[in-house]
Design a protein around this ligand. Structure first.
Ligand code: ASP
Length: 327
């Protein structure tokens, strides 16, 4: 799914809800409708914000906050479990207009990790906080705290038990098979949510939030809160949010590499994204996808898995949604 824009660039929001092995056989029409309705609702809200002149940073944070609130997705409520049956949540945001960024990792009580990442960007001299101190920072910023159990759902617990039964180590959210599996083959499913936007002033922003990987070792941090790996934005080039096997995305600095190839090689967005998703990521054994919007309004939503929950909406146009590779 990709398009080239005409000038001047129209404000645009793109979102994702994770990538993975999407088994159509496991997708009922009701499940599909629920995922598409959630994506559509969030895109329409962001489109309205952008149409009213909201800055890209605010639009991506709000879109990701809504994705965190939706338990269909592996972020906030509905996040996957660690091997210790706990939750450790990661998030990041980046403002392409000034290269400011905020990130948090290993949260367990902050209801909306993306709001904590935004608070770090806005109110701290530092870029990233981890663990209990990150939750304490968020609480001190007035962000809602919840009991850790609030993040859990029966489905996610079943996914953990299934992954532990297979003794195959950490698994991507959309990759853990259970009897109550979601439409992504839940035994091969990547999770994470993200948003990228271009606003009316020509500024770019990106946000990413995740529960990480099912059955991950406590303390493990993936790419989602790492600026340049799972999230990046620069008004000169592109805003990017990734989902997939975090270790691989970190090894190739995936989000930044899209920007670097555009800046240094002069590649158009689609070529830079394809190089990362189709060549560099598989070369290190990685799978997943990313969404990206370029400074000129080009948009790209690409993955090397069977599918990725995704969509984008330009102001004044109907949202475009997809789940599988051939949508
Ligand atoms: N990238 C996330 C991580 O490695 C997982 C995902 O996208 O599903 O934590």
């Amino acid at each position: 799914m990709s398009t080239r824009s005409t000038q001047p660039a129209t404000p645009l929001l793109a979102i994702h809800g994770g990538a993975g092995t999407l088994l159509r056989s496991k997708m009922t029409s009701a499940k599909e409708a629920a995922y598409l309705a959630a994506l559509q609702r969030i895109l329409l809200a962001g489109q309205a914000q952008l149409g009213a002149g909201a800055p890209a940073l605010e639009v991506v944070v709000e879109a990701v906050r809504q994705l965190e609130e939706c338990e269909l997705f592996n972020a906030g409520r509905g996040a996957v479990y660690t091997a210790a049956a706990t939750h450790e949540l990661d998030a990041s945001v980046m403002d392409g207009s000034n290269l400011q960024a905020g990130a948090v990792a290993g949260l367990s009580t902050t209801r909306n990790p993306v709001l904590a990442a935004r608070a770090v960007l806005l109110h701290s001299e530092h870029l990233m906080f981890i663990g209990a101190a990150a939750d304490a920072f968020a609480a001190a910023q007035g962000l809602e705290q919840v009991a850790p159990a609030w993040f859990g759902t029966e489905l996610r617990l079943a996914q953990l038990r299934a992954a532990q039964g297979e003794a195959r180590g950490a698994r991507l959210d959309h990759d853990v098979e259970t009897q109550r599996s979601g439409p992504l083959d839940d035994a091969r499913k990547l999770g994470t949510v993200g948003a990228v936007a271009l606003d009316a002033a020509g500024h770019l922003a990106a946000a990413t939030s995740t529960g990480g990987m099912t059955n991950k070792q406590p303390g493990r941090v993936g790419d989602s809160p790492i600026i340049g790996a799972g999230c990046y934005a620069n008004d000169a080039t592109v805003a990017v949010s990734c989902t997939g096997t975090g270790e691989a995305f970190m090894r190739i600095c995936a989000a930044y590499d899209v920007s670097a190839q555009m800046a240094y090689l002069g590649l158009p967005l689609q070529a830079a994204v394809d190089s990362v998703i189709q060549l560099k990521l598989p070369a290190v054994g990685g799978s997943g996808g990313l969404i990206a919007v370029a400074a000129n309004g080009d948009v790209s939503l690409r993955f090397n898995t069977e599918g990725m929950y995704r969509g984008y909406a330009r102001v004044g146009a109907a949202p475009v949604l997809g789940i599988y590779g051939d949508d």
